[in-house]
Design a binder for this molecule. Structure first.
Ligand SMILES: NC(=O)c1ccc[n+]([C@@H]2O[C@H](COP(=O)([O-])OP(=O)(O)OC[C@H]3O[C@@H](n4cnc5c(N)ncnc54)[C@H](O)[C@@H]3O)[C@@H](O)[C@H]2O)c1
Length: 366
């Protein structure tokens, strides 16, 4: 898969103790990569990193992305070829409580990483994971395209819009695609995915973790914005896009540098209530209640236009929303039934996803 590009490659991941970074580390290990992660210690209990025993699979350094010297040393010591940057304060509601920390982590953390990349010559490819929330949200039904203006109402969204502007500035100033091979050897891209779901996320104020945490305690989950729509996608979908993009950036840095959206098909952009009612059906004993709460502003309509990834990367989602939700809920059911078997079950989900992608003849499976 991915043209066997990751076999034996040194890959550095920031945010490996988190939900997406954990899945990415796990997948890269299966692809034969040598992985080193840099992040804060897992901040929830349970968490994907410990549930999968990732500390035994990859090199892991606990450190703050805001600590420029430590981050640089960590990269310098490992000498990676590829970096995926996922470390961030990723929660909208927490960003209202801790705006300064959110901006410092998401913007200065990104700058610290790029400064290290300027100095560590082994690095050839950098993929910065931002968010679908980086766009100036016009609350309309159209999908945002990669060249739409950046924005962000709340501190989290704004920090991700800023991280995109910083990425564009570093690309123009230091890693310009036209100068590749002459003045530098770094290909830099940013990726914007939607609401990512999957097993192993226990974050606060996220819909699916909130449901699971309530159901485990036999409580009713409260939903505050039943009609908000989001581009829900299984975690493996954007990760397949990031991994494929990484392989292509290595082949043709000029063509593939830039920003990329990864999101589901239009019919998989569901309302919050539809997602929750599906989860309740699969969980069997799950119940929900709507208590409208608009104390903090959150986007209501959010959709990505994924034409660019479809056309140039030939990337397509593998699962529809029903299947993505089912896979997610089943992961948690398996975890709570037999936590010691969860690594095996996670591998099974990864294999089934890859087989389904292969049966759809997706190019990255060749
Ligand atoms: N989960 C989603 O739906 C979603 C959607 C769009 C974008 N994203 C982005 O994907 C990335 C990963 O998100 P996630 O859902 O896995 O979040 P997560 O909270 O599970 O993981 C965040 C990771 O960042 C690390 N981190 C946070 N602050 C840090 C700091 N100061 N120094 C070092 N490490 C720090 C944490 O330790 C953790 O490893 C983030 O950049 C997030 O903004 C996530």
């Amino acid at each position: 898969m991915f043209k066997n590009y990751y076999q034996g490659k040194k890959v550095f991941i920031t945010g490996h103790t988190g939900f997406k970074g954990g899945w990415l580390s796990f997948w890269l290990k299966q692809l034969g990569a040598e992985v080193k992660g840099y992040a804060l210690a897992p901040c929830t209990e349970p968490n994907f990193f410990n549930a999968l025993g990732l500390e035994k699979e990859i090199q892991s350094e606990i450190g703050n992305i805001r600590d420029e010297a430590k981050l640089k040393k960590s990269i310098e010591d490992f000498k990676p070829e590829i970096i995926f940057h996922l470390a961030a304060q990723p929660l909208v509601r927490r960003s209202y409580l801790e705006p300064k920390l959110t901006f410092e982590t998401n913007i200065m953390g990104t700058i610290n990483l790029f400064e290290a990349v300027r100095q560590v010559k082994s690095v050839k490819t950098v993929i910065n994971i931002t968010s679908d929330k980086c766009y100036e949200n016009k609350e309309w039904v159209y999908g945002y395209r990669e060249n739409d203006p950046m924005g962000g109402y709340d501190p989290y969204s704004s920090s991700k819009g800023c991280a995109e502007l910083v990425t564009a500035s570093y690309r123009n100033s230091f890693f310009h695609p036209d100068d590749y091979g002459k003045k530098h050897t770094v290909a830099l891209a940013s990726v914007r995915a939607g609401n990512v779901i999957g097993g192993g996320d226990w974050s606060e104020d996220r819909l699916i973790p909130d449901c699971i945490k309530a159901f485990i305690k036999n409580e009713t989950v409260i939903i505050r914005s039943p009609n908000a729509t989001r581009p829900w996608e299984l975690v493996l979908e954007p990760l397949s896009g990031y991994l494929w993009l990484g392989a292509l950036l290595n082949e043709d840095p000029k063509k593939y540098s830039g920003g990329w959206n990864f999101g589901p098909a239009d019919k998989d952009i569901w309302t919050v209530e539809r997602v929750v009612s599906n989860i309740c059906k699969i969980w069997k004993t799950g119940k929900y209640e709507i208590v409208l709460n608009t104390d903090l502003h959150e986007a209501k309509l959010l959709k990505l236009d994924v034409s660019k990834a479809h056309f140039y990367l030939k990337w397509h989602p593998v699962y529809h929303a029903e299947k993505a939700i089912e896979e997610t809920v089943k992961w948690y059911q398996n975890y709570y039934e037999a936590p010691s078997n969860i690594k095996k079950y996670t591998l099974e989900q990864l294999k089934n996803y890859s087989l389904q992608a292969k049966s759809l003849n997706l190019i990255w499976t060749e």
